[in-house]
Design a protein around this ligand. Structure first.
Ligand code: GCB
Length: 614
């Protein structure tokens, strides 16, 4: 019995250890790292020949035909049926669709390969492979050994490379990337965006000390009365540090040099919860996006981050930022650079998208419909743009499945853990336009609970369903009972009726909460001019926006903001009008050449009026 118990514990320990190893490492910019971005080689493998034998069994480690093994011909007689070399080259980060005409519509497996060198590690040092995102399923191998796999196309993950597997030269790194859509995944088979495949974000090799700060959260304590804190100029900061493993005995030092603050916190287990006071703090806001350098020191390693301090909350029907009412002048954004028909991934891309938003006089972006890359939220911090960040629980997920719920929770956790130190993020959204049913509401409610347990300093929302009924549009989706703000997507005058239907439209909300229009929009082909009664013309879209704005001006006092659909035209396989769409969703205020459509000015002027009135 004792033996049995012992072996049970041994197994549980191993299992615990392997999940602990895979916990996300945050703020990788501040750690010792080698970039593995650049040119990789690839094999397109629609039949997954490199993964399965001809009896459709997963190939084993020593299998020469497995594509994760280095293909070396023994002699000229030797039979080899795969290899990694020119001209099969591909850039990382980047989607594969935009890199080769033959891959534009490809959905399936592509193997990525590159070699890397790594200096000899000092005693106790460890190495991790970090991926910003791979869409959708990734299997990662180094020198013929599998490190692990990950599902979810828009969130980061990492695997430790065991020291005995590493060489100083020519380590053989292979990633199997599969972007096939499945009913049991998140998102599911049906969306309104392009399913860009590939290693779409940065890849890094991280070198860490034996034990290190894996994750941390640091923010103004959500429970404090911010008006009082401002009056007294004393601000309570609270947070947590998670170490890779229990510290035994050690200290974490937290410093904010600009405020001459430094404090040492003893830590013995794997987690530290702390609080401290800061005086004379400049709060972060869109008007004054003040960031402080924060240093966290443990075990000889110093992590540096740029963190702002602000409070977001609701009071009845209002949203308050730092204790004052804020109106969200938002715009929805896909992670795409339309002029180059590709996924966005870099700081330059983030700057382009957010500069467009600024030109619109926006103070907020809804990052639809999945977590965008980290450069985007870091840039939003620096530029002073509020952010709504969401997971791709979109339309008809399998709400009855616990397995699917777990997948959604994993993506939610990865999103929140990566970005909970990004001041700009004020709203976590758990999904978009999910159809009302008791099963769906309990599924979404458990995501909301999970989000709150990971971060109680932000608002939680989801794009809810509207009951359209003649002139009275009623929002009483039961999920609204659990979200902090009531958000809806409305397309009055595009998917039903005409834009002037807005003149008689009324909005009723069953909840005493702020109302936010997370979408509204109409399609127009950039450069197509006609009269406003011609669909797809820029004039139609302009008319649509004029009528919407007039309706918004008559909204009751729960109206707290909007993020129309959408900043720029984006690729979508659902959009097949041969003249006006050609595979693009044309609801952008900016067209696929980067040119602003007429409606851009309508929204821009509305936002300027709101800004001036404040
Ligand atoms: C929506 C969806 C968004 C679509 C948009 C549209 O309600 O949330 O993903 O792209 O409508 O253009 O129909």
């Amino acid at each position: 019995m004792i033996k049995k118990l012992l072996s049970f514990f041994a197994i549980t320990l191993i299992a615990l250890d392997s999940t602990a190893m895979e916990k996300l490492i945050v703020n990788t910019d501040s750690r010792e790292s080698i970039s593995l971005n650049g040119t990789w080689h690839y094999i397109v493998d629609p039949y997954e020949t490199g993964f399965y034998t001809y009896r459709y069994k997963e190939r084993g480690e020593g299998d020469r035909e497995a594509y994760w093994n280095r293909p070396v011909a023994k002699d000229k007689l030797d039979r080899l049926e795969h290899g990694y070399q020119k001209p099969y080259s591909i850039e990382v980060p980047g989607d594969w669709n935009s890199q080769s005409d033959t891959l534009t519509y490809y959905e399936g497996t592509i193997w990525y390969q590159r070699d890397f060198d790594l200096r000899k590690l000092k005693k106790g040092e460890r190495a991790f492979l970090y991926f910003g995102a791979v869409n959708y399923e990734a299997h990662v191998y180094v020198n013929g050994k599998k490190l692990g796999s990950h599902k979810g196309g828009f969130t980061p993950f990492n695997f430790e490379i065991p020291a005995d597997l590493l060489k100083e030269k020519d380590n053989f790194l292979v990633v199997k990337v599969d972007n096939k859509r499945h009913p049991q995944e998140i998102p599911t088979v049906n969306t309104d965006w392009w399913n860009y495949g590939g290693i779409t974000r940065d890849v890094k090799l991280l070198v860490t000390p034996d034990n290190f700060i894996q994750q941390y959260a640091l923010q103004l304590d959500p429970a404090q009365d911010i008006r009082k804190a401002k009056k007294d100029s004393r601000f309570l900061v609270s947070g947590s540090v998670d170490l890779n493993r229990a510290a035994g005995k050690g200290d974490v030092t937290i410093a904010v040099p600009e405020l001459s603050f430094e404090r040492r916190f003893p830590v013995s287990g794997g987690r530290l919860e702390f609080e401290f006071e800061l005086e004379d703090l400049g709060l972060w806001s869109p008007d004054s996006p003040k960031l402080y350098q924060v240093k966290l020191d443990f075990n000889g390693e110093t992590l540096t981050d740029s963190i702002g301090f602000r409070k977001i909350e609701t009071a009845g029907k209002k949203i308050l930022l730092n204790g004052e009412q804020v109106f969200l002048r938002g715009i929805s954004v896909h992670e795409e650079i339309p002029q180059q028909v590709r996924r966005a991934f870099s700081a330059e891309d983030a700057e382009q998208l957010l500069t467009w938003a600024k030109e619109l006089n926006a103070n907020m972006v809804r990052l639809a419909h999945y977590p965008h890359n980290e450069q985007m939220t870091r840039m939003a911090d620096a530029m002073g743009i509020l952010v709504w960040s969401e997971i791709p629980v979109y339309w008809t997920i399998d709400f009855g499945s616990d397995e699917v719920l777990d997948k959604a929770k994993t993506q939610l956790e990865e999103m929140i853990v990566r970005d909970r130190n990004r001041t700009s993020v004020i709203i976590w959204s758990v999904g978009n336009e999910t159809p009302v049913s008791p099963l769906r509401t309990s599924f979404m409610k458990s995501l909301i609970d999970k989000a709150r347990s990971l971060d109680d300093s932000r608002l939680i929302s989801a794009a809810l369903e509207v009951g359209y009924n003649g002139d009275v549009n009623r929002i009483d989706d039961p999920l609204g009972a659990y979200t902090d703000i009531v958000s809806v997507n409305e397309y009055l005058g595009w998917y039903g009726g005409l834009p002037d239907d807005c003149r008689t439209a009324k909005w009723e909300v069953a909840y005493d909460k702020p109302l936010f229009f997370s979408e509204t929009g109409a399609g127009a082909k950039g450069g197509f001019y006609a009269d406003e009664k011609t669909r797809w013309s820029e004039e139609f879209q302009e008319w649509f926006y004029k009528e919407q704005v007039a309706m918004f001006k008559r909204m009751p006092d729960n109206y707290s903001g909007l993020s129309p659909w959408i900043l720029a035209d984006f690729r979508s396989p659902r959009r097949n009008h041969p003249v006006y769409q050609q595979g693009w969703n044309r609801k952008g205020l900016i067209d696929d050449k980067g040119i602003k459509k007429k409606a851009f000015a309508v929204l821009k002027n509305y936002y300027r009026e709101i800004e001036n009135a404040q």
